[in-house]
Write a protein that binds this ligand. Sequence first.
Ligand code: NAG
Length: 489
Amino acid sequence: MEYDIVVVNGVVVTASDVAEYDIAIQGEKIALLAPKGTPLRAKKTIDAKGGYVMPGGIDAHVHLQEPPLFGKGSTADTFESGTRSAVAGGTTTIVAFAPQDKSKETLMPLFEETYAKAKDNCYGDYSFHMLVSNPTQQAISDLPALKEAGVTSVKIYMTYAALQLRDDQVLDVLLASRQNGITTMVHAENGDVLNWMTKQLEKRNLHAPKYHSNSRPQPLETEATYRAISLSSLVAEPILIVHVSSPTAAQHIRDAQTKGLPIYAETCPQYLFLTKADLDKPSFEGAKCVCAPPPREGSEDHDAIWKGLNNGTFTILSSDHCPFRYDDAVTGKKSVISPEYPVGRFQYIPNGIAGVETRLSLVLGEDRLPLQKFVEVTSTNVAKLYGLYPRKGALIPGVSDADLVIWYPKGGLAPFELKNEMLHHDVDYTPFEGRTLRQWPRYTILRGQVVWDRENGGLVGKKGYGQFVKRGESLLALKAQGEWNPEDF
Ligand SMILES: *[C@@H]1O[C@H](CO)[C@@H](O)[C@H](O)[C@H]1NC(C)=O
């Protein structure tokens, strides 16, 4: 038997094990796991030289090529540049959003529109969450067809005029999701309080980027998180609270989990590495770190988020890649600067940061998560939560796609400074500029093809190789039993 590729001399890390073994790949699948040094014939041998070999990263929170939803800003990365950036950073699959704006009554045509943008343009595999901002009867009636098409999750917002749902609309979506076996993601910040805080700041002529953070302090997130948990408990629908930044919100999530409620949570590198002080950089530079929820106060907040990753409060770690250019007066961060507002207006700064390429390297290099936990929150749990497992997020012979990220051994790469010019996105900055990195993927393999080879050509994958991945039901969230009945309360 001659395999297509064997990966030898690696320390293989999965969500459950760290062990030295060799991996054979046949076609697009993992074919065999064998004790290190087993003689295996192959067309191509990749020597991992003692580096970690992990299932490819899965990033379930990536905004690409979305129409402007908040003022002028439109996301800078296309499906092409976003997935190019993903594979260069070790992420083989992304889940992006198919957005519905409030003027639309349906969902299916909007999914098809987004699918058409991605098709034939991606370097990595991709799937979609449906973003629901107008849950009409007609929109909800599209859920079974979406599920059939492989879209098994929806995202809703408790903030932003263009997207915010009232609580009764949140319940409509949760109930419909329960009935269709769909997982609901929730952006939990109280939009009304945010608007009120913004008015108070503007009344005092406080417009600089740093006030973005003052306009959305922790109680906004904490309250909305607890409200989302309460609403979910009424219909027993599993929810995933996206991009949790606040320790007090995390504590509510932990308490709900302890009670056995199907509450899952996501956090992002910005809540481990950035702080409020980053929004107060000189001139307009602070706008580079404007994202929501905002980076919190300091290391105590970061420590709580690391702790939540370690102790299982956070199910997944995503990037929330939502890229806007900085030096771009039309669609970028600087679009809010005018003669009347020389420091811009924080409330209109395109809200989001790039991070799909740096997510894995930043976190792995810190050595603050056990290796298995790292794989669990960046790949395996993501696959389980969103119905990609075990095709993705695992290394099961004959079953799992041959998606691998191969790292350097611990200490095997001299520490270096992150610079935007190293990255493959279409954004003119990274909010993590200047941070010391100790890891970077040496190879990324997607369905048996080397798509990133750091030392020989860098990006070697092809646009269009990435495929749409149909997702099934969540494997983490237990389905509610029987019909929902208000008399049960
Ligand atoms: C787990 O981490 C969360 C988030 O920091 C925290 O609220 C919770 O108290 C921790 N639980 C335990 C048992 O350590």
